[in-house]
Design a protein around this ligand. Structure first.
Ligand SMILES: *Cc1c(COP(=O)(O)O)cnc(C)c1O
Length: 424
C-alpha cells in the first residue's frame, strides 16, 4: 500500500519539482485539466501587459518590425519544433487546430492525387476528436472523397490502395490511448497512404519525433499542454520534402513569398510560411510563447524525456491509488495500463453519476472534466490530465482522497452537482 508519506518522499526527490514555480496556480486547487486548458505561466501577465502597453500602446505600427511581430509565428514555431522532433524553420504557430487541419488535409489530398489519383479515401478513427472528423468530412464533400471511420484495431485492415490519407490523433482525447507513431506511420506508407497526425494531446505531454517517424503532416494545439492560454494559436508542421509541392487552400497574404509587394497574383512563400493565411494575433502569440517557454525550461533537466518519466509515474500512481482506495465504488479504467500506449491522462468510467462526481470534485478544488459516452463502446468518463510541470505526487494522493470521500459519502448525488453546464 502506498502512503501519503511515500508521496511526500516522491515529491522531495522529484528533480522537476521547481518547475511548478513557473506557474500561477490558484489556491486550494489540484488542477487535473491541463489537457484541456493549461495553467497560466507566471510570466504571462507581464509579457501580455508589455505587448499591450508598450508594443501596441507606444510603438504601434512600428512593432511589426521593431518588436518582431511579423516573425512571431516562425519564432514560436521554432520553439514548438524542439518539443516535437521537427527541424528549425518547419513549424509555424498560427490559426486554430481545426483550420490547420483543413490546410494540411487539403495539401495531402493534392499530393496523393498527383501520385495516385485512384486513392479517394481519408481513413480516421471513429473516436477521433469530433472537429477533426467534421473538417475531414467537409473536405471530402468538397472534393468528392470518402471519409472512412474505423476502430483502432481496424486501422491496419482499412489501409488499402483506395486510401489517400490516414489521419489520426496521436493521443485519444477520450481514453488517453497513445498510438505508436513510427509503426503507424510506417504502416500508412507501406500501404501507399500519407500520414497526418494531430498532436493536440501529445505536444508537450509525450516525446514526439515527427522527423524520426517520417510523418508527412502534423497539427497541434496551443492551449492544452503548451499552456498558451484560452484560444491560443495552434501550430502546423509539414515534412520539408512536401512543403514546396503544393499550396494550401487558405492562400492569404501572410503565406505569400513577398506580401509587401502587394502583387495581384499569389506566389507561395517557400517552406512552412506558405501555411500561414492572414494577420496573426500578437497578444495571443506572446502568451503562447510564455507557455512554450515553460516546457523549454525543463530542457536543462532532461526535457520531454524527464517530463515523460514523471508523467508516467503520476498516472501509474493515480491508477494504483484509485484501485487501492476507491475499490468497490464501480469505477473502471478506460486508459491503457501499458506505458507505451498511454498519454498523460487517466480516464475512469462509471455507469452512473460520472458527471456529478466530477462536479463534486470541482467543488472540492479537484478540477478534472467529464466526457459523455456514446451509448455503445464508449462509456461516460471522468477525465484527469496530469501535467508533470506543475502536478506533484501529493497532489495525486489528495485528489484520490477527495474522490474516495465523494464516493463514500454519496456527496455527488446532491442536486447542485447534477445540473448540466454548457461546457462539461
Ligand atoms: C483540442 C483539440 C482540438 C481543438 O481544435 P480547435 O480548432 O482549437 O477548437 C482539435 N483536435 C483535437 C484532437 C483536440 O484534442
Amino acid at each position: 500500500m502506498t502512503t501519503l508519506q511515500d508521496c511526500q518522499q516522491l515529491d522531495a526527490q522529484d528533480p522537476l519539482r521547481d518547475l511548478r514555480d513557473l506557474f500561477t496556480l490558484p489556491d486550494a486547487t489540484i488542477y487535473l485539466d491541463g489537457n484541456s486548458l493549461g495553467v497560466m505561466p507566471a510570466a504571462a501577465p507581464a509579457r501580455v501587459a508589455d505587448v499591450v502597453t508598450r508594443e501596441w500602446g507606444t510603438d504601434l505600427i512600428q512593432s511589426w518590425n521593431k518588436n518582431g511581430w511579423f516573425a512571431m509565428p516562425q519564432k514560436v514555431g521554432d520553439k514548438i519544433a524542439r518539443l516535437i522532433g521537427a527541424a528549425p524553420g518547419t513549424v509555424v504557430a498560427t490559426d486554430s487546430t481545426s483550420v490547420n487541419l483543413f490546410k494540411v488535409l487539403s495539401a495531402a489530398l493534392h499530393l496523393a492525387a498527383a501520385d495516385a489519383p485512384q486513392r479517394q479515401r481519408i481513413v480516421s478513427e471513429r473516436s477521433n476528436f469530433p472537429t477533426d472528423l467534421y473538417i475531414a468530412e467537409a473536405l471530402c464533400k468538397e472534393r468528392g472523397y470518402e471519409l472512412v471511420l474505423v476502430e483502432p484495431e481496424e486501422i491496419a485492415g482499412a489501409l488499402n490502395d483506395q486510401v489517400a490519407v490516414l489521419m489520426l490523433t496521436h493521443v485519444n482525447y477520450r481514453t488517453g490511448a497513445l498510438h505508436d507513431m513510427p509503426a503507424v506511420t510506417a504502416a500508412a506508407h507501406a500501404a501507399g497512404a500519407l500520414m497526418v497526425w494531430d498532436l493536440a494531446h501529445s505536444a508537450g505531454a509525450v516525446p514526439v519525433d515527427l522527423t524520426g517517424a517520417g510523418a508527412d503532416y502534423a497539427v497541434g494545439c496551443g492551449y492544452k499542454y503548451l499552456n498558451g492560454g484560452p484560444g491560443a494559436p495552434a501550430f502546423v508542421w509539414v515534412n520539408p520534402k512536401h512543403a514546396d509541392r503544393f499550396w494550401q487552400p487558405l492562400a492569404g497574404w501572410w503565406g505569400h513569398a513577398t506580401p509587401f509587394e502587394f502583387t495581384p497574383d499569389y506566389r507561395p512563400a517557400p517552406g512552412i510560411t506558405r501555411y500561414q493565411c492572414g494577420t496573426q494575433p500578437m497578444i495571443s502569440l506572446a502568451a503562447l510563447e510564455c507557455g512554450v517557454d515553460t516546457l523549454l525550461a525543463a530542457e536543462a533537466q532532461g526535457g520531454m524525456t524527464a517530463l515523460r518519466s514523471k508523467s508516467l509515474a503520476l498516472t501509474d500512481l493515480f491508477i494504483q491509488l484509485v484501485e487501492e482506495r476507491c475499490a468497490g465504488h464501480g469505477l473502471g479504467l478506460a486508459t491503457p495500463r501499458e506505458h507505451a500506449q498511454r498519454g498523460s491522462q487517466v480516464c475512469l468510467t462509471r455507469d452512473e453519476g460520472a458527471y456529478a462526481i466530477v462536479q463534486a470534485l470541482i467543488a472540492r478544488g479537484v478540477v478534472g472534466d467529464y466526457r459523455a459516452g456514446d451509448g455503445g463502446r464508449h462509456k461516460d468518463i471522468l477525465r484527469f490530465g496530469f501535467t508533470p510541470l506543475y502536478i506533484g505526487f501529493v497532489d495525486v494522493w489528495n485528489a484520490v482522497e477527495h474522490l474516495k470521500q465523494v464516493l463514500e459519502t454519496a456527496e455527488w448525488k446532491r442536486p447542485e452537482f447534477n445540473r448540466k453546464h454548457a461546457v462539461t
